[in-house]
Design a protein around this ligand. Structure first.
Ligand code: NDP
Ligand code: OXD
Length: 313
């Protein structure tokens, strides 16, 4: 049995070492090493290059390093085999940490105090209490549901938006496109944890921002995007932060990564930038998760956590 690693922009050495230790009977290749493509049964991929799957005629499954599979499902030469995505407690924990930190920062008007500190201004703007603020979480899957529950537990009002209806204790769930405007109208801090699909591309735009509730957060509603850069229209975010349609934004992902030095987002005091680190796939838990899946599958078990290609996630 052979496993090929094809991780673009990520050092494969540690992953390869981990898989070799966890799967002693399996030949593990980094994509820069020489290998016989017809021997490969599993490929572990992240942002695969155009020729990543060339010659893999005996491939049984693609294992996605990321929770998001947009770069896989849009691959021009994607083999017709199941795709398993990464679902991991550690990743979920880290994403909720990121979301809570940014939401709390916006609720407490941190960007206002930072600007005042720079100008040596002592001005007691009173932040609203968490229960006065509604956080709207777009996407109630593995990551969105966890963030929504934790935000609720620390006192926020929480709305959620998903494709299908959900029953989440204490959370007002809006399902489907027809409920999107009502969801926005009840939301002060918008958090995006959607997968990137044809339906969700560009959803974070001026039209969306204008529909958010405006009377709770001094300075205007806030945006937190930790999903994909393809969800956001960056020109609209810049315009919205400049004209007050948005009071602040936290962005972990960008239309082009790394974010080009020429982007006006770098200069905006109300924009908080992190370099796609909200929830990095953890090497130790990733190796354990996928090694078990390979072992079990080789022994005849079905593959878990499969991507539905028709939905795109
Ligand atoms: P899931 O597939 O578990 O959940 C996706 C959610 O989005 C579901 O609730 C789904 O609805 C909803 N959804 C999908 N399409 C629509 C739509 N058209 N309208 C409304 N709701 C929709 O994904 P995860 O929670 O695991 O991950 C979410 C994304 O987070 C990933 O795709 C990835 O891009 C990003 N991510 C970013 C990281 C970072 O470091 N910045 C790290 C990890 C992930 P339904 O429940 O009805 O199917
Ligand atoms: C992911 C990511 O999708 O790291 O897992 O962005």
């Amino acid at each position: 049995m052979a496993l090929l690693l094809h991780l673009t922009g990520i050092d494969e050495t540690g992953w390869a070492k981990g898989f070799r230790e966890a799967l002693p009977g399996t030949r593990v290749f980094m994509h820069t090493e020489a290998y016989d493509p017809s021997e490969i049964e599993y490929v572990f991929a992240w942002r695969p290059a155009a020729d990543a799957f060339a010659g893999l005629v005996n491939l049984k499954a693609i294992l996605s390093l990321g929770a998001g599979v947009d770069a896989l499902v849009s691959h021009p030469a994607l083999p017709d085999v199941p795709i398993v995505r990464f679902i991991d407690e550690e990743m979920t924990h880290c994403m909720s940490d990121y979301v809570i930190s940014q939401v709390t920062m916006h609720q407490r008007l941190f960007n206002r105090y930072a600007a005042h500190q720079k100008a040596k201004i002592w001005s007691q703007l009173y932040p609203p209490a968490s229960h006065e603020i509604a956080v709207g979480v777009m996407g109630l899957g593995v990551l969105g549901a966890d963030a929504a529950k934790k935000l609720k537990a620390i006192g926020f009002s929480v709305n959620g938006w998903s494709r299908s209806p959900k029953n989440l204790d204490g959370i007002d769930v809006y399902a489907g496109d027809e409920r999107f405007d009502a969801f926005l109208a009840a939301t002060d801090i918008l958090v995006c944890l959607l997968p990137l699909t044809d339906e969700t591309a560009g959803i974070l735009n001026m039209d969306t921002f204008k529909k958010l509730r405006r009377d709770r957060l001094i300075g205007g509603p806030a945006l937190v995007n930790a999903a994909r850069g393809g969800h956001q229209k960056e020109a609209d975010i810049v315009a919205a932060l400049r004209d007050g349609t948005l009071g602040a934004a936290s962005l972990d992902v960008f239309e082009v990564e790394p974010l080009p030095r020429t982007s006006p987002l770098w200069e905006l005091e109300t924009c908080f930038i992190t370099p796609h680190v909200a929830a990095i796939s953890n090497e130790r838990s990733g190796v354990a998760y996928f090694a078990k899946i390979i072992r079990d599958h080789a022994a005849g078990a079905p593959l878990p956590n499969l991507v539905d290609r028709s939905r795109g996630y």
